[in-house]
Design a protein around this ligand. Structure first.
Ligand SMILES: Nc1ncnc2c1ncn2[C@@H]1O[C@H](COP(=O)(O)OP(=O)(O)OP(=O)(O)O)[C@@H](O)[C@H]1O
Ligand SMILES: [Mg+2]
Length: 151
């Protein structure tokens, strides 16, 4: 079942990412969806914190993919500038992150390229800028205790 968390401040979105990290296993795929400035990179940096990554996470917009070492490897990608599903499949991000966790900004544009087993995180915002972070489980994620990610 989808779990939705209201996040009034950047720190709240970061904290959801941090708590999610405790549910992550090697080989996991987390796809992030949301408009420009929604908070996808903030969420990814929370995941990094939760994985014990000490290097600050920066947007991978220009390099497409960055790799961080923590308790597990974090591969953080941004598909905003990648044109087609074919190009995304050629990047083969999943093999890049086989020994760790793959977090993909704009992952919704090519959800089918990542296989059934993934967590979709949809970040939306209301007129006051309050974000809702909705965690939508697919595949093996359906049997994980996603409720633990809510505060
Ligand atoms: N509740 C909130 N959650 C997350 N970010 C917030 C929140 N409120 C305000 N912000 C601000 O919104 C911005 C989110 O930026 P971020 O780079 O994470 O977005 P993004 O979705 O990765 O954008 P892009 O599509 O450009 O990669 C930050 O400047 C952050 O401070
Ligand atoms: Mg970003």
């Amino acid at each position: 079942m989808t779990v939705a968390v209201a996040c009034a401040a950047e720190a709240d979105t970061r904290a959801v990412g941090r708590r999610l990290a405790s549910l992550l296993r090697a080989g996991d795929v987390v796809l992030l969806s949301g408009e420009l400035g929604a908070g996808k990179t903030v969420f990814a940096s929370g995941v990094a914190e939760g994985l014990g990554v000490e290097t600050p996470v920066v947007s991978p917009s220009f390099v497409l993919v960055r790799r961080y070492e923590g308790l597990m490897t974090l591969v953080h990608a941004d598909l905003y500038r990648v044109g087609s599903s074919g190009e995304i499949e050629d990047l083969d991000l999943a093999s890049d992150a086989a020994d760790g966790v793959l977090v993909v900004e704009w992952g919704d544009v090519s959800e089918q390229s990542f296989g059934e087993d993934h967590l979709m995180v949809r970040i939306t915002q209301d007129d006051e800028g309050v974000r809702t972070v909705a965690l939508e489980p697919h595949g093996s994620w359906r049997s994980r205790p996603l409720g633990e990610v809510a505060p």
